[in-house]
Ligand binder design. Structure first.
Ligand SMILES: C[S@@+](CC[C@H](N)C(=O)[O-])C[C@H]1O[C@@H](n2cnc3c(N)ncnc32)[C@H](O)[C@@H]1O
Length: 279
């Protein structure tokens, strides 16, 4: 089987299985099994796959047909221009979260050597990106679960980014020390009823990264109330929020005394980030 035949076969099987992004995914899978770049694939499309590559392709298609996430199969994913290792036990970075990075970087433009705390860090994509974009910052990443922490550590090392990684429970208000210019979090925010209707791929991601309590707002209430004292005057707290949560989270921030509470839309025009200033 040639690379071109393999690509067409992969596309056909994924399309038949109802996978929406079957063209993009097939390209990623062929790149993964051959180790070739986009350009190499274009010039070598008549090359025969080895037996190993064909077996690998068959195994990967089988995994996708049961909706095992492509990102876990490939084992790494791009976020804000950097590569992050992903796999079972850690949430896959989403492009929606890049809006949170935009808000964070803007909030730090006037601050020199800012101190930043990323709560519920998972892969570390938020804190590692902020440190990468603002090398003068001091960034601490907080995560409770060992499975996720093994990815946080690998990702900091892989990207050669110097951050402090802390194993701690955010719901016990652990992990903070001194005052921060920015506290950022993309916490678990799926409510109990939505947990039952997740997309098939999301069901392979850890429930500990998703479950935000009965109404999905558990972490926002806790973080806004208990971590506010760790913000320096004028410091910013910024959250990623789920669809239809922006109003409730804005209200939580106002009730906890935050000023200049605002909302930012993601590239899909969904209210995605809520932020406010401590006085
Ligand atoms: C929605 S994921 C976000 C991961 C990452 N920040 C991102 O944006 O891709 C939430 C993360 O919070 C972690 N987590 C859940 N409960 C926690 C707790 N009580 N304390 C600290 N981290 C927690 C999960 O393990 C998961 O990695």
């Amino acid at each position: 089987m040639t690379i071109f035949e393999a690509y067409n076969d992969c596309k056909r099987q994924l399309q038949t299985a109802g996978i929406e992004d079957y063209v993009f995914e097939s390209k990623q899978i062929i790149k993964h099994i051959t180790g070739y770049t986009n350009t190499q694939i274009l010039t070598k499309y008549t090359q025969q796959l080895t037996e190993f590559q064909q077996n690998n392709l068959t195994a990967i298609i089988k995994q996708r047909l049961i909706r095992y996430p492509l990102q876990y199969i490939i084992g790494r994913w791009n976020f804000f221009g950097r590569e992050f290792f992903v796999g079972p036990g850690v949430l896959i970075p989403r492009s929606d979260t890049e809006t949170l990075i935009d808000v964070c970087l803007e909030s730090l433009t006037q601050k020199q050597t800012p101190r930043v705390l990323d709560l519920c860090t998972g892969t570390g994509c938020i804190g590692i990106t902020i440190k990468g974009e603002r090398p003068d910052s001091q960034v601490s990443l907080v995560e409770k679960y060992d499975e996720a922490l093994s990815f946080t550590n690998k990702n900091a090392e892989h990207n050669k980014i110097d951050v402090k990684i802390i194993k701690a429970d955010v719901l016990k208000t652990e992990g903070a020390e001194g005052q921060y210019d920015l506290i950022v979090s993309n916490p678990p925010y799926i409510n109990d009823s939505d947990m039952k209707t997740l997309q098939p791929e999301v069901k392979f991601e850890p429930s500990t990264a998703l479950e935000g309590g009965e109404d999905g707002l558990l972490f926002y209430r806790h973080i806004a109330k208990e971590y506010k004292k760790y913000l320096a005057p004028g410091g910013i707290m910024a959250f990623e929020v789920g669809i239809n949560q922006a109003e409730a989270v804005s209200q939580i921030m106002k009730e906890n005394g935050f000023e200049n509470v605002g909302v930012r839309k993601d590239y899909g025009e969904i209210d995605r980030v809520v932020f406010g200033t401590a006085n």
